[in-house]
Design a protein around this ligand. Structure first.
Ligand code: ADP
Length: 290
């Protein structure tokens, strides 16, 4: 099969792991930078040119679109869809998953457990927002944040008020969320491919840190999921229509609470923690689907 990986950097662990997995299964694979693709739109003749050369006979694409290029990257994926090329992540699912608020709305409708969350339009009434999530301590998150940056734990009501006022003053969009204390600085990342769990790890934040992101010094270990956690992860990926997804959840007294669902989940941490070849599962998903 002729597979294209849409990624800006062929030397990234995840991109390279996908290339290796495709080669091992005897596919023809190429990494292409979506920013170097030209989209040509004409009646019934959608085309893509990569570095000036028309892309023909592509069977499948694997989008690995970073959040900084969501708009253009999504347009390229959509063009492949118009050319009837299979994609592991559909363009609309990519758009939905990139918007934290929109994904939470979709997940809530699907009946998934979530930390109680409030979004307001630069509200002047900060006190009321705080009372919606049951008071301090609480979490304030920048809507555009990734890798734990822009996630703040406000321990007291006064701290929460000043942080919210500061963000409001900067016109930065934030969500306010109940702080799930019993998660104890840990979360669970579940990798879903084609509706199945293919790997799961628990991430623990470093000493004194409530954020468990590996980029913030957290450590990962393999975990056996409960049936409830497994079902929640599968349901979350399905609700967002993602063929490949990294579902993040907190363990709480009322069961798993979904934090977010990533459409280009990193493979390094999870492959090392679980010893599983997740890239191979993604290639096999393509083989079954094309
Ligand atoms: P990002 O997308 O930047 O990683 P997250 O929403 O995943 O942002 O938050 C980063 C980390 O902070 C999570 O992995 C989790 O450990 C912690 N965290 C986030 N929200 C909460 C919450 N409501 N209660 C407790 N811990 C949280």
């Amino acid at each position: 099969m002729n597979i294209k990986i849409l990624s800006r950097n062929a030397s990234l662990f995840s991109t390279d792991a996908l290339v290796q997995a495709a080669v091992k299964r005897k596919h023809n694979v190429q990494v292409i930078d979506p920013l170097n693709c030209d989209i040509v739109i004409e009646k019934k003749k959608p085309e893509i040119y990569y570095r000036g050369k028309k892309l023909d006979h592509v069977d499948a694409v694997i989008p690995r679109i970073g959040s900084s290029i969501t708009f253009y990257g999504t347009a390229v994926v959509r063009q492949f869809e118009m050319m009837n090329v299979f994609t592991t992540i559909q363009s609309q699912a990519l758009v939905d998953s990139r918007d934290k608020l929109r994904s939470l709305q979709i997940l809530s409708k699907a009946g998934l457990g979530l930390p109680k969350t409030v979004f307001t339009n630069y509200s002047k009434d900060v006190s009321e927002v705080i009372s919606h999530v049951g008071g301090a301590p609480l979490i304030i998150k920048l809507l555009e944040g990734t890798q734990g940056l822009g996630v703040v734990l406000a321990e007291t009501k006064t701290a929460a008020e000043s942080v919210l006022e500061a963000f409001n003053g900067l016109q930065a969009r934030v969500i306010v969320q109940e702080y799930v204390k019993e998660a104890k600085g840990a979360d669970i990342r579940v990798l879903i491919v084609d509706g199945q769990v293919v790997g799961a790890m628990k991430r623990q934040g470093k000493e004194g840190e409530f954020r468990s992101n590996l980029h913030r010094g957290g450590s990962a270990s393999i975990i056996e999921l409960s049936e409830e956690e497994e079902n929640a992860a599968i349901k979350a990926a399905k609700a967002l229509k993602l063929g490949v997804a990294g579902v993040d959840m907190l363990q709480s007294e009322r069961g798993p609470l979904i934090l977010e669902v990533n459409s280009s989940p990193g493979l390094e941490g999870i492959q090392i923690a679980t010893g599983k070849d997740i890239a191979k599962s993604i290639i096999r998903f393509i083989e079954r689907s094309v």
